[in-house]
Design a protein around this ligand. Sequence first.
Ligand code: NCD
Ligand code: ZN
Length: 335
Amino acid sequence: MTTELNSPLDMHLHLRDGDMLRTVAPLSSESFAGALIMPNLVPPIDTKEALLAYRDRILDATKGDIFKPYMTLFFRENYDYDFLAGFGDSLTALKLYPAGITTNSEGGVSGFDIDTLRPALEAMSELGLPLCIHGETNGFVMDREKEFVSIYENLASNFPKLKIIMEHITTKESIDALDRYENLYATITLHHLLITLDDVVGGMLRPHLFCKPIAKRPIDREALQKVALNAHPKVMFGSDSAPHPKEAKESCGCAAGVFTAPIALAALAELFDKHHKLENLQKFVSDNAKSIYGITPPEKKVILEKTPMNVPSSCGSVVPMFAGETLSWSIKEII
Ligand code: NCD
Ligand code: ZN
């Protein structure tokens, strides 16, 4: 059995920089036609100069592959129309992090005062630049995303022309919000479709499954699966593949992030096949993102087949999800 994907897209990807970039970038660029690149480097990508230079380093690390990095800028409240207009086509979206909520987000937004945010968000609305948000408060860890829904709603109703992407959603409450506001969209990761908190801490602690936002309850995973497997037009695949060196994960004070880039498409095919929904995978990993972002990725055909894939125990210094295990689907050919 085989299935064919046209120009698969990963609309939330961490590629890092330096040696790590050179290790992980080819693992996405080989099979994906493009990806939305997160800006949480140290220091974050917050100028045109830094963004263009980072884009060039990515292109260098992915040389030989057909792959378009769609760049994001680290959101700051003081951006204005002229500054954002100056990026032209090189900028696809902005990423807003609440201050200190996740890896390298210390310079993010604290407080979500509409009047303070207005100039930047109105400029983005006019320029058609989407706002991608890591939607968590600093409340109790299981409630952080749920508590953020009212902030999403406040932003969505105050800036109706702004496309707001709720990144890596993990709860039923976020899914319910999707249909209440025309301008709310979402990305969903592979790992949140597969695991619950039980897989992370229910038995032996599994550091390679620890990420932000943390995986939630079975009822939440069910809600995520329902919209992803049915390719709800407002959701798209964003792996949030977030590599950290093995020693930063298997340590006292484990870094947050699951590394899924090398297994993403095979594991998605396995999941969609298991639920008899393979026909919807094209929309979830490409078509929905194309229409939400209005992008035309490069042509690339990925043929997947139902033959086993042995997942490596590590990729350089990074341990992928399902390390050492076998998936029932694999990539057969990339054209
Ligand atoms: C991400 C990272 O390591 O950059 N970590 C994670 O757990 N997802 C940051 C993020 O997207 O929150
Ligand atoms: Zn992320």
